[in-house]
Design a protein around this ligand. Structure first.
Ligand code: NAP
Length: 326
């Protein structure tokens, strides 16, 4: 008797749990999707080299001792190695002058063996970030931060699209998230992430950038919290790139919406005393309402790395073809 009632209780609990689980948003596993992309890129690279082309090469430049920057660049270099892109990191002291950095970029721009250049941001305060981004040759600008690449994206022309927004686009495509005519909100208006994201979401899918035809609202620091919540509640797709823990909460989500969390915040886990990474979205709560959601870590981050590799291969192909190298 007891055994039967405990058994039926267990069944009922597991059913409730399964129902709750099924209401949960589908997890957008950027890690596994990025691994598939990396495999595909590795194959494409092998085929390119087999036709007699040189191995594409990425040079990363770090100025200063920022630990996060060092870690990000090291990850990117490992990823290059994995797919077969040759790579090197040039480490410069924080005291490097803008002129010295510009000289190095000029040398790399002229080096025919270098297919891609990445200057890890942020650079120290005495160096003008925009001047540096514009100094990287447009064809070698694998970050897509040069004003010419930003302009090409804005004008629906073929160019190099910044890795993070391109990675988000690939995630949306992978999960068949409808963007055509849908309402999207981009939270954040940074020039390197949110602006290209908003352009890519709103531009015309008919042209070179194969963009997403959504109706886009951009929210930023001066958007009143009530308005932010109102815009978000009306959105089918929300992309958050701010760097503020818990900015996006459950009450701000339209049921079934797709929530893409670009934010990366390092916080202390009070239970263990160790540090962990979280995004800008209250993941556990929002996941109960959203249709799709990216985790942090393991969502957008790995896609950013994969798209950097994609951009490096694309840049190399164009340079080989323009110079008739192979
Ligand atoms: P950023 O340059 O600091 O930009 C942050 C943006 O958020 C700014 O436009 C700022 O507005 C806006 N903002 C600040 N407080 C806000 C609020 N309360 N409500 C709405 N908007 C607000 O940063 P970012 O480079 O775009 O990066 C954003 C986040 O994404 C960071 O956590 C970063 O670490 C992360 N990230 C992740 C990846 C990845 O691969 N996963 C890649 C790049 C960046 P103002 O313009 O008015 O200052």
């Amino acid at each position: 008797m007891w055994r039967r009632s405990i058994g039926s209780l267990m069944v009922s609990i597991s059913r409730t749990y399964a129902a709750k689980e099924s209401n949960m948003a589908q997890l957008i596993d950027g890690k596994s999707i990025s691994q598939e992309i990396r495999k595909q890129l590795s194959q494409e690279l092998k085929e390119l080299v087999a036709t007699g082309c040189p191995v594409p090469h990425l040079t990363a430049v770090i100025v200063g001792d920022d630990e996060a920057s060092k870690k990000y660049v090291a990850n990117k270099m490992v990823a290059c190695q994995e797919v077969g892109i040759s790579s090197e990191t040039k480490r410069l002291p924080a005291s490097t002058t803008q002129e010295e950095l510009l000289q190095l970029i000029d040398d790399l721009n002229k080096d025919p063996l270098v297919s891609g250049i990445l200057v890890q941001l942020p650079v120290p305060d005495h160096i003008n970030e925009r001047t540096i981004c514009n100094a990287v040759h447009v064809e070698k600008d694998v970050d897509g931060f040069n004003e010419q690449n930003v302009g090409r994206l804005a004008l629906d022309m073929d160019g190099i699209i910044p890795a993070t927004p391109l990675g988000v686009k690939r995630l949306l495509e992978h999960f068949n998230i409808e963007t055509f005519g849908r309402n999207a909100v981009v939270v954040g208006r940074s020039k390197n992430v949110s602006l290209p994201m908003a352009i890519l979401l709103s531009s015309d899918g008919k042209y070179a950038t194969k963009a997403m035809d959504a109706t886009v609202t951009i929210c930023h620091r001066h958007t009143p919290p009530k308005e932010l919540a109102r815009y978000c509640r009306n959105a089918d797709i929300i992309v958050v790139a701010v760097g503020k823990v818990g900015l996006i909460t459950k009450d701000m989500i339209k049921p079934g919406a797709c929530v893409i969390d670009v934010g990366i915040n390092r916080i202390k886990d009070e239970k263990t005393g160790t540090f962990k990474l979280v995004g800008d979205v209250d993941f556990d709560e929002v996941r109960q309402v959203a249709g799709h959601i990216t985790p942090v870590p393991g969502g957008v981050g790995p896609m950013t790395v994969a798209m950097l590799l994609h951009n490096t291969l694309k840049a190399a192909r164009k340079q080989f073809s323009d110079r008739k190298t192979c």
